[in-house]
Structure formats: C-alpha cells, structure tokens
Design a binder for this molecule. Structure first.
Ligand code: 6PG
Length: 261
C-alpha cells in the first residue's frame, strides 16, 4: 500500500528550519554512503532563506559536508546571474556566500547565460548539464536527484509548473522552457513533472497564512490533487515531506505531525 506524504507543522520558522536541517542531513548521509555525492535541486521564492537558516545555524557540528554537494536549480528565471530575479543570486546571498570554509564548497550548476535570448536553448543546455552529470539520456529514463527542495505558490504551482499548464503533460524532456509564467518574470526554465516527482526525497517548504487555502485544497480535496504540488504528492507519496508553519495549515484536515520530524 502506498503511504501518503508526510506533513510536518511547526510553530515558527526556527523550529521548522531545525527539522528541515535534520531532513536534509539524513538525505545527505544516505546519499554520500550510497554514491559519495549529494545531488540537490533547489527552487527560489522563500525557500533559499529558510534553507540558509537550516544549514548554517549549527555549523560547529561538522555534519554538513558541502564538498560532496552538487546544487542544481529546480527552476530558474531567464535573467543574468546577478539580476535581482535570479534564483542563483538568491541562493548565493542566502546560503552559498555564507558557508564557512571548514564546511567545504559545493559544486553549483547555474544556467548558461549565453542562451538567455532563446529559452528553448537555455532549457536544452541545462538538460545537457544534467545529462553530463547524471548519465547519458539514452541510458537513464530520468535523472534522480537525491533531494529536491520546492516551494508552493498560492495557486498550487511548484518549480515553474503552473496549474493547467500544458507543460504538466510533458514526459520526454527533463527541463522545460516557459515564456508566459503567471508569476513574474515570465521567462523561465523548470524541471519537468516526471523529474520533479522522482527525487529520492522531496521537501516542500510553505509558510504563512497566505498558503492555508491552497494547502487545504492540496491535502483535502480531489481538485487540489490535480494542482502541480498535488500531482507531486500523488506520484511521489511518502517520498514527499512538507515543512510548514501552523498558520499555513490552519483549517487543513489532513493530519499534520506537529512540532517534530
Ligand atoms: C520561483 C520558485 C517558485 C516558488 C513558489 C513559492 O522561482 O518562482 O521556484 O516555484 O518556489 O512560487 O514561493 P514562496 O515560497 O516565495 O511563496
């Protein structure tokens, strides 16, 4: 019997960040044991800040082994890497630039800004980056990240996969271009749904009362299960863990484990 996703709720961001740290470190530990590398995909929005809090709060324990990390982008905006809309810039500011030397340096895979004017090419090139790191595309059906860290938009989007988008039906390409994102900026690239839902572990972070209506939909209703976040829950089942605060799950009937992993 498939098991449902895990929903963990916390009073505030610091408790959430502490449990997110445990979740990420567990994934890191088993990935390094399995193949001596930890391949992580991260999105933008509010996630990088909480991730920074989670990973940098306690660096005296020596548990984060950034030198084994490969960081990819679950979605990225088609802008220069120093642009204020760039997810890479956000991750740099919230995490990468703050990593103390003793924790090692992750290998980071930003988009190739040579192709900003052609988002299909931008997506294809990023897919080639994955092909070169994960295995040739004809030998693996799908790249399997050790961990994918995602956010949830108030409309139920995740990565740059928006409700009702034809991109949700794509099952060949690993990386897709989008030129009309309802959330600005319009031009982006994103993991496809099959790749986003096949991470060995998938963590969603969603905080604040602005998320309670969509979380109720996703967890408690049939139509919410068709939203991009709901589809990932359906496909990945208990490989998915949600880290939310109490205000984001107010009124949600699906059982949340409160206060701890
Ligand atoms: C992006 C994101 C996007 C984000 C959600 C949630 O680059 O726009 O990857 O999918 O994760 O919109 O954003 P918040 O966490 O800021 O609400």
């Amino acid at each position: 019997m498939p098991k449902p996703p895990n929903l963990y709720a916390f009073e505030g961001t610091s408790q959430l960040a502490a449990s997110l740290r445990t979740f990420v470190l567990d994934a890191q530990h088993s990935s390094i044991e399995r193949h001596n590398v930890f391949r992580v995909a991260v999105s933008g929005g509010s996630l990088p800040k909480i991730l920074g809090q989670a990973l940098l709060q306690d660096h005296g324990d020596g548990k984060v082994q950034f030198d084994k990390w490969e960081i990819y982008y679950a979605d990225e905006r088609a802008v220069p890497l120093d642009h204020e809309d760039s997810n890479h810039r956000l991750v740099q500011e919230e995490l990468l630039n703050k990593i103390p030397a003793e924790l090692g340096k992750p290998q980071v895979f930003p988009i190739d800004v040579k192709y900003l004017d052609d988002i299909q090419e931008l997506a294809d090139q990023y897919e080639q980056t994955l092909v070169s790191r994960f295995a040739a595309k004809d030998s693996v059906r799908i790249p399997i990240f050790d961990l994918i860290l995602l956010g949830c938009g108030p409309d139920g989007h995740t990565c740059s996969l928006f409700p009702g988008s034809p991109l949700l039906r794509e099952n060949e390409a690993w990386i897709l271009p989008i030129s009309d994102s309802p959330k600005p900026p319009p031009k982006r690239i994103t993991l496809s749904l099959p790749v986003a839902s096949h991470g060995l572990k998938i963590g969603f972070v969603a905080t604040g009362a602005g998320k309670k209506d969509v979380l109720k939909q996703i967890f408690d209703t049939e139509e919410g299960r068709q939203l991009p976040c709901g589809l990932i829950n359906e496909i990945a089942q208990d490989r998915v863990s949600w880290f939310v605060d109490y205000s984001a799950v107010e009124g949600v009937s699906f059982p949340a484990r409160r206060g701890s992993l």
